[in-house]
Design a protein around this ligand. Sequence first.
Ligand code: FE2
Length: 376
Amino acid sequence: MKTLEMQAPEVAQTTDFLPINGTDYVELYVGNCKQAAHYYQSAFGFQPLAYAGLETGLKDRESYVLQQGKIRLVLTSPLKGGTEIGRHIDLHGDGVKVVALWVDDAVSAFNETVSRGAKPYMKPTTEEDEFGKVVRSGIYTYGETVHIFVERNRYNGSFLPGFRAWNPAYRPADVGLKYVDHMVGNVGWNEMNKWVDFYARVMGFSQLVSFDDKDISTEYTALMSKVMSNGNGRIKFPINEPAEGKKKSQVEEYLDFYGGAGVQHIAVATDNIIETVTQLRNRGVEFLRVPATYYDTVLERVGEIDEDLLPLKELGILIDRDEEGYLLQIFTRPVEPRPTMFFEIIQRKGAKSFGKGNFKALFEAIEREQMLRGTL
Ligand code: FE2
């Protein structure tokens, strides 16, 4: 059995050419952003923040911005046919278009990454309104997904210039989600190392943990995964590719339905996963379930934990341990018609890894769902 390789990011030897303060926002292109906003409010407890659309002078698209803790979601839909956003939705279904990164210097972020081979998406652009100035720039990553660098230290508006504050009376309570812990990309056959190399060479990230297909496989399906992290560890991007199994890998199923590489899941952190998942379930969020037998042996594998096992079992929350502590996690079912993107809820209690010990139980749960969809 292969052991976990933890590599400290090499910050001491070199200066970070792409300093990142954190995730700025995640933008999804969706068919109906008005209804999606309602779903993320009522089901996930995101709070209304900002709006842009016809009422702010846009003619071709509308966006709602929601926030919970430090997590900002932007939901965008086209307002007419024949748009780039509409083409994206037709090909991929609802999904993540932009993983925006908060930087101090969006011009430098663009120049440093493009000079290292990144494909430009948006040249450095200054936007301004009465609340100040924001500079944004952007590059492509896997598939049609992009990173936008956001420099906002001279801005104190609700979100970005061009957006107005959105203050509806309807405000369901939040569920305790705090920040984006990691975001996972699914890429095509034999492409994992290409994108690992992209994050290393173009963005200065280093590899944290490595799995191979023997680590993450079940009787039927397999995948390979490597985790890339930026210098200060605030940004973590695991990259998955499918691996050969007896039947179709869940990553391959994603690629088929998404029409290529894209964001597979957004992991969001909470300080109290039992409370958060109880709330989410009560509000209709659907989670993957592992067999009840998972809980018969889990404590033998992970050792002592602070929580009672019973509520974890009732909610279907998974447990894993590494050298530094343990973590609690659970995965939603896909949040759109295609079996593509989903969310992970995670509470870290020292552990810095991603739940490798749960993958087998989890994959078997996913395979049961693939079987129901006839795509295994
Ligand atoms: Fe994850």
